[in-house]
Ligand binder design. Sequence first.
Ligand code: MIC
Ligand code: SF4
Length: 751
Amino acid sequence: MAFDIEMIQARYSKMEAAIAAARKVVGRPLTLTEKILYSHLWDGNAKQAFERGKDYVDFAPDRVAMQDATAQMALLQFMQAGRKKVAVPSTVHCDHLITAKEESGVDLNFAVKENKEVYDFLSSVSNKYGIGFWKPGAGIIHQVVLENYAFPGGMMIGTDSHTVNAGGLGMVAIGVGGADACDVMAGLAWELKWPKAIGVKLTGNLNGWTSAKDIILKVAGILTVKGGTGAIVEYFGPGAEALSCTGKGTICNMGAEIGATTSTFAYDASMERYLRSTNRADVADLANKYKEHLTADKEVYADPNKYFDQVIEIDLNTLEPYVNGPFTPDLATPISKMKEEAAKNGWPLKVEVGLIGSCTNSSYEDISRAASLAKQVAAKGLKTKAEFTITPGSELVRYTIERDGFIDTFNKIGAKVFSNACGPCIGMWSRVGAEKKEKNTIVHSFNRNFQARQDGNPNTFAFVASPELTTALAIAGDLGFNPLTDTLTNEKGEKVKLDPPTGEELPPKGFAVEDAGFVAPAADGSGVQVIVDPASTRLQLLAPFKAWEGTDLKGLKLLIKAKGKCTTDHISMAGPWLKFRGHLDNISNNLLIGATNLFNGKTNEVKNQLTGNYEPVPATQRAYKAQGIGSIVVGDENYGEGSSREHAAMEPRHLGVRAVLVKSFARIHETNLKKQGMLALTFANKDDYDKIQEDDIIDINGLTSFAEGKSLTLVLNHKDGSKDEISVNHTYNSQQIEWFKAGAALNLMRA
Ligand code: MIC
Ligand code: SF4
């Protein structure tokens, strides 16, 4: 039986009336996304139609999911909200803090010891407040959610940008910062700007070497890392129905890489099969009963251009396998062009490591298809040239693939099986030799390949591909190898070709597991004690941020003018810093250490305006803080792209940065800044970015009449005595302005 089946039943029983009301106010057929959004309005059935990309709307999500690295901050905030229990079903998943080094068992034991304090904190908070707890080794949040909690037509939020993975099972699932999760768990509404709508029509069928991953790699190439911003992507068409449910999950998962709010698919037979095979026949039966509400009105898919703001069509019959990267997930190269492109750009062709798995691609189908290639290694007398690793997404998948012999097959090609956790994907990879910083290439089936993300080496050229292609490229040890056309030379000197991968969507013998890793919370947790040691380096109770002083902000120093890509990995690095995710002061020592200073082209070296010396960013900001001087961070396009980690907003807030001024923001990061009481501003005229000088002293005017839709003015006082006055925009609504005034959204809840 499924978890929380009564909640799902209750949600479905209200859908018909909610959708009818929506159709009436909107006055036309509805997309699936609209049906899900309108049936989750906080204020009940729709009384007005909302404008895409404009109206802020309050929603009532069905559930909340948190992973350990972000849950710490989310729950530290929740503990201040004064509630007895979470208001909606919520779960915590221990997946981000396990270092991949030797192999799963050893690594897991080590992590359990190393992170004991954090795991104890998370499990006791979960126990106290009625939150389901998935212990270390249970699997990666998004895989576990897909296997246990996602349901067609539902809405959830999660403190991780890849929460969107649950779109594979027909949800609207959205990544948020911990403060948003805290609101919903405290029984408050969750606010989102009504999204724009992108439709992707899939025709034809995947075949041979192509897989679901190639669809999203192609879409990323078309839309780029910014193209989905503010939009929900809805996939449809015969090609969509032909995909497995987990394949749909892969596509939705990497929707985060195009900046999309989320992605989703209509309920279909593949979802039904997946629900039944993961022990949720009850949800499948319910979904069948309500299926007309779990897809768009038929007019929509028949004439998509009329209902979506943008429509992309992809013919799966002619789709090629893609390899995206290096350093960004949207640089899409079809495998047939890779040799040429790599030579042209100086990307090292030798593949050192192939890594499969992660929350994006570790389904039974993925693993079985990759294994079909691994099997050919011995059969064709080949030797695998690169190292090869697997990180299963969940214990359910790991146990089942072991039973079915796939782990054995991978072992035969010298693979390492890491724990069911994020591992190398999030930089928790103790890669031998990475410290030498040698130029090298790796290929993986994860979703992100930002510089230095996997192994901390900025000279690792990381490419993203399907698990199948990753396996083939690892066998060949050559990034330019095109398995569709090229041959390999085997041990006997013969030329052999790899046969296209084959696999099973779902295990023919069914899934099996001994201990999936779930710990249910106490029915009454009021007696549970949560202990945070004041001397801890890993956990720190939060002190409220100060309220706004009620005046314009004068005399701010420029902390950094960041150049080019500045993702959340640049603002608050993961990897070795993950261990401080529950300790705001300690993690603040990584503030913006990855961002490039435009004035000297260096990372973590900015001019301390008090001493005139070049110093690390955190130290410089601490020096300003010590003197009570505020500062401002300036950035480029899509600032804060990537993760949902609110540390990227809390750290500058904690250290006394007052405003972040950029050409454009990624959605989650912008909201996180607002929630933490920061000013998130954009240049009214993007060229004004060039006016910011290294020694500027900056005033922000207009705050005493801060209002929705009204620009603010910045005065740049340059060193030579000249001044520039520039206009800056913001997207604060009246509620969000209150957050700013109170010092943080949480201060209002507590009040
Ligand atoms: C990621 O993929 O970058 C992460 C690590 O899962 C993050 C969350 C985090 O920073 O803890 C995400 O995507 O939100
Ligand atoms: Fe973990 Fe990587 Fe998935 Fe993020 S993208 S949840 S780090 S596996």
